[in-house]
Design a protein around this ligand. Structure first.
Ligand SMILES: Cc1cc2nc3c(=O)[nH]c(=O)nc-3n(C[C@H](O)[C@H](O)[C@H](O)COP(=O)(O)OP(=O)(O)OC[C@H]3O[C@@H](n4cnc5c(N)ncnc54)[C@H](O)[C@@H]3O)c2cc1C
Length: 386
């Protein structure tokens, strides 16, 4: 009710590579068009100054962040990234690769704190998979697109996909799967809200960490159980603001310290806020040591809000409503060296007829891209058995 007139996603929900990205390609596969808006500009707030976020050649060349030598070094380094085979770098921690490949401290900082945080939601470059970063940079460059936002928010994606499913099936909401029933290593049904439904194919699209709440461990290999239970998610703080007037002129922006990515979604898509008002969402990726510690999380939240007031003077007095989320899971899988794409589970499992999809599975990209891409992989796997 307090968000009346607003359409609010669960925090920022950008679509990497906009209409060349994973969600749009699923829609195309279904013969549909997903309406996506793209930010006109993306700005960086660093040490009290605003400049264009250096994510394309022109912005890199004119960025006040880098000297001439650094621009040359950065372009040389990025050239190497584009011609590299990501799979050779899955196991290399980003901080090590950066130390070995950039002389300039500024460039090391840029790759770890700006690029990796923005593209991969990486909280700790010491654990982040270099191959995952290479892969996503290559995908972005090939697509020629940056971020996009679904018109009407992700609700429009989910509602349309549900309608399509309902043409040949049924979507049940508020229906909790309590058990996945397995007999002799084969799926034989599910229990939903106490009702037993006989099926021979189940796609568990829940974070894999929670799979064994639904199905007995005895059907799976020890290796799979260990990996699934130990999968580390990304964490962070997300704040949505409903603002009485427009406080942020940028469509999307980033702040280097504290690290914040923000989107004034209503600048791009007027349908998500009442006329004259603004929907502004900010997100900060953080380590578990901060998010899981109440005091530290509270301090970080205060630091973020103080910085926003510095970036957008007067914003505090403009807030009609706000929603703060301190999140122990943002993306189901952090893209670390031990959880790079090659190490996350594929669609097939040890149980016949039980498949996996979602952002803890093997799929290209990060977060939502993995969810969409792993779903395509899952469909292919199910169809192969038919
Ligand atoms: C604040 C925030 C911001 C984000 N921003 C972005 C972004 O900008 N771009 C991006 O790509 N990604 C973003 N993400 C990540 C993205 O939301 C996830 O990667 C994506 O939603 C994962 O989709 P999924 O289908 O794998 O899992 P989920 O979205 O987690 O869906 C799993 C579903 O399963 C349901 N479920 C669980 N257990 C059961 C059960 N027993 N029975 C029935 N249903 C069950 C859950 O209710 C849930 O609806 C963000 C996430 C958060 C939290």
């Amino acid at each position: 009710e307090y968000k009346k007139g607003y359409i609010v996603d669960y925090g920022i929900h950008a679509l990497r590579m906009a209409d060349n990205g994973a969600a749009a390609s699923i829609f195309r596969m279904l013969g549909e068009n997903l309406e996506i808006v793209e930010p006109k500009e993306s700005s960086l707030y660093h040490e009290g100054e605003w400049s264009e976020l250096p994510l394309n050649l022109n912005a890199i060349m004119s960025s006040p962040l880098f000297s001439k030598e650094e621009i040359n070094e950065l372009l040389g380094g990025l050239g190497g990234v584009l011609s590299a085979q990501p799979s050779k770098y899955w196991d290399i921690p980003l901080s090590r690769w950066v130390e070995e490949n950039f002389k300039s401290e500024r460039l090391r900082w840029f790759v770890k704190e700006i690029l990796a945080k923005l593209l991969l939601i990486s909280a700790d470059a010491g654990e982040t998979s270099t191959g995952e970063l290479f892969d996503i940079i290559q995908a972005f460059v090939k697509s020629g697109k940056g971020a996009g936002f679904a018109v009407g928010g992700w609700r429009s994606i989910i509602e349309r996909l549900s309608e399509i499913v309902e043409e040949n099936g049924q979507v049940r909401v508020k229906a909790k799967v309590e058990r996945i029933l397995v007999k002799d290593g084969r799926v034989e049904g599910v229990v939903v809200n106490g009702e037993k439904i006989k099926v021979d194919t189940v796609v568990a699209a829940v974070p894999v960490q929670g799979l064994f709440k639904l199905v007995e461990e005895k059907w799976f290999s020890e290796e799979f159980i260990r990996k699934a239970k130990g999968m580390k998610p990304t964490m962070g703080i997300s704040i949505d603001y409903g603002l009485a007037t427009k406080a942020c002129e940028y469509d999307t922006f980033m702040c280097s310290d504290p690290w914040i990515y923000g989107a004034a979604t209503s600048n791009m898509d007027a349908s998500v806020a009442p006329q004259g008002e603004q929907l502004l969402t900010v997100f900060s990726v953080l380590t578990p040591s901060i998010v899981l510690n109440k005091e530290r999380a509270k301090m970080e939240l205060e630091r973020i809000e103080k910085k926003l007031e510095e970036m957008f003077p007067g914003i505090k007095g403009n807030v009609k409503w706000k929603r703060t989320l301190i999140l122990g899971m943002v993306d189901g899988a952090a893209l670390t060296v031990t959880q790079s794409r090659d190490k996350r589970p594929g669609p097939e499992t040890d149980v016949k007829g039980l498949y996996l999809a979602g952002d803890t599975c093997n799929g290209r990209g990060a977060g939502g891209d993995i969810a969409f891409n792993s779903s395509s992989n899952c469909v292919d796997a199910v169809l192969r058995t038919m």
